[in-house]
Ligand binder design. Sequence first.
Ligand code: FEO
Length: 396
Amino acid sequence: MNTKITEKISWVGFIDWDIRDFHGYETRRGATYNSYLVRDEKVAVIDSVKRPFAEKLLENITELVPPEKVDYVVCNHAEFDHASSIPVLMERLPNAVLVCNAKCQKTLSSYFDTSTWRWKIVGNGETLSLGGTTLKFLLTPMVHWPESMMTYVPEEKLLFSMDAFGQHLASSERFDDELPLGEIMEEAETYYANIVMPYGPQVLQTLEAAKTLDIRMFCTSHGVIWRKNLSVILEAYTRWASRKVEPKVLILLDTMWDSTHRMADAIYSGVLDVPGVSAKILNVRRTSLTDIATESLEAACCAMGSSTLNGLPMPMMSAAMTYLQGLRAPIKYALSFGSYGWGRGATEEISAWFEKAKWTPACEAVKCMYLPDADVLAKCREAGRVLAEKAKECGE
Ligand code: FEO
């Protein structure tokens, strides 16, 4: 199965309807691995698919050209969802030369036996002519791996944008004007939060470079191709990469016997005392890490609370902390809260962790022994108000 993108360019990728876990990222709508075939005097395959689907990719390519007619396989990114079928392509496309940058060559050679491959190593701005079609390579390090690269086709005004602007979204439709924009943006936001969020400065650099190009289509490596709403996704990426936040307080909690939950409810009431600030309570044992990351993308503040279990936060709270720290969630101010029994630990651990996450405590932590009494709940409500005022300042 293939889809015509332009006269000379076809989509030859794979739609993964089944996948629900992409290295821990919950892909509730499945995924696609977008590979493209460019046919001119010379023929190039742009990126591959996950290894189990290599035969499908070959089938899609050979529906359009005989295998011996493929001159180049371009690898824009060495991560396995795009590169793990490349060894199969290099074996079965007998005349293909692998085109990539030097870092990518090193990475591919660490993963695979590349001893029989023929290479063309390209640098930033270098071009490769396929006849009437030019491939121009743009190095985009850390968007989101060191060897990440994009490929621009000036004659078509088309950018193979790799993971950037992608969405994990399986669909029979290939273009952004064929599905509801809200659904696409929901998945684009989830994708950005869970994959791209740590690399805001590098994304901004890439966006600056992209501004110098005339682009009418972003051919992403995942999800739909952008041909109508390019300004919408560009504006969203600019906002997310700039780490701009909304007047929103995220309340993350895990609770053993409901005490910490009651405290969270009181904090929530305090936040809502401040007009113009929104709040959301997420129980980390009932919410996927994927959704927690997405909710953190534009939240100015976070209240993080856990019961103490064996001197530490509850395990899923520790998982959320680890995940958000790695993703460098742009939360500005935070509050630690929670209940304990005979021994303390969770609230202290969370407060100490704020330094690692670079979140500034908005006020003193609120903790209670066993059950929160009226005094503790009043402190929680006041802490919620303080946090909301900070969220308002940051989100304005
Ligand atoms: Fe879709 Fe970074 O791979």
